[in-house]
Ligand binder design. Structure first.
Ligand code: AMP
Length: 281
């Protein structure tokens, strides 16, 4: 596996691949790789000649400096994990390489910035949009792979690609879970043993809510039920539980059309914030 720390060498590599008319699959990550990331890489390797994975803890998408400082960084282990996969190249740029000191460009995603993750993490998606655009410009992939676990991010990237006319197919990859259902996340490494056990409640609640809706219970009453459930549980501080249309993430307020619905959740377990979602269908 090739490893690029600087942009020039990556660009040269990409030029060579293009000359050979090989297809490129791209998997952007922030590192601390787990089986979820590896599933994205496996999917890319099965659909492209070349797979490139980036590892970059992007400062502009962190609204909270403590969160940025505490974000797990395990570069040595990440590289050795990547070596075991069919990943052809890792791109591991510095912050300096990715951002001008006095950068002024600013993305806006309209209503998508004001709901769910956007509401609780101001400017998060501006940072995501900016870094993904930079990475797309550098890697110029044919396909890029994103996890359904970050549903709002996926929605936003699809919109970004459409509106900026990127000729890139966005491929959504299913969420990989631990045996108790907890969605794999780099942030799970930050949980204490007890918190880790409690964290499974997020997925449990999603499943309870899904079954209630499928049994015909009104979506508004299910939303209230889940909110009260976490209030009484006391181990997870619920930030939001939303029942939304999977395509545009707009809130569902009645049971008339439940053909494309996702249940999205975010909560704090101790100092760690986790998100998850499941589809109703
Ligand atoms: P991150 O390193 O957390 O920014 O994630 C990089 C990519 O991996 C994103 O597209 C995530 O949605 C995806 N991802 C994270 N966790 C999982 C998971 N448990 N299953 C599948 N994909 C995931």
């Amino acid at each position: 596996m090739k490893i690029f720390f600087d942009i020039q060498n990556l660009r040269q590599y990409i030029r060579q691949i293009k000359l050979k008319e090989k297809s490129i699959g791209f998997v952007p990550t922030m590192g601390a790789l787990h089986k979820g990331h590896l599933s994205l890489i496996r999917t890319s390797a099965s659909q492209n000649d070349i797979t490139i994975c980036s590892i970059f803890v992007n400062p502009t998408q962190f609204n909270n400096p403590n969160d940025l400082n505490n974000y797990p960084r395990e570069l040595e282990n990440d590289i050795s994990e990547l070596e075991k996969t069919q990943c052809n190249a890792a791109f591991i740029p510095s912050v300096k390489a990715m951002y001008e000191n006095d950068f002024i460009l600013n993305f806006s995603f309209g209503y998508l910035e004001n709901i769910m993750e956007g509401k609780y993490r101001p400017d998060h998606f501006k940072g995501v949009g900016l870094v993904v655009t930079k990475l797309f410009n550098l890697v110029t992939p044919d396909k890029a792979y994103f996890g359904s676990k970050d549903l709002q991010q996926l929605t936003l990237i699809n919109k970004l690609c459409k509106e900026l006319l990127f000729d890139i197919e966005i491929v959504a990859v299913s969420t990989v879970r631990e045996s108790d259902g907890l969605a794999m996340s780099s942030r799970n490494n930050l949980l204490t043993e007890k918190e880790r056990k409690n964290a499974a409640e997020l997925y449990k609640a999603l499943k309870v809510a899904k079954n209630k809706i499928l049994d015909g219970e009104n979506v508004v009453s299910v939303q209230k039920f889940i909110t009260h459930y976490f209030d009484s549980l006391g181990t997870i501080k619920l930030e939001y539980f939303e029942i939304v249309n999977t395509t545009d993430l707009k809130r569902i307020t009645d049971n008339i059309d439940l053909s494309k619905v996702s249940l999205c959740i975010a909560g704090h377990i101790g100092k760690v914030r986790l998100i998850d979602n499941i589809s109703l269908n």
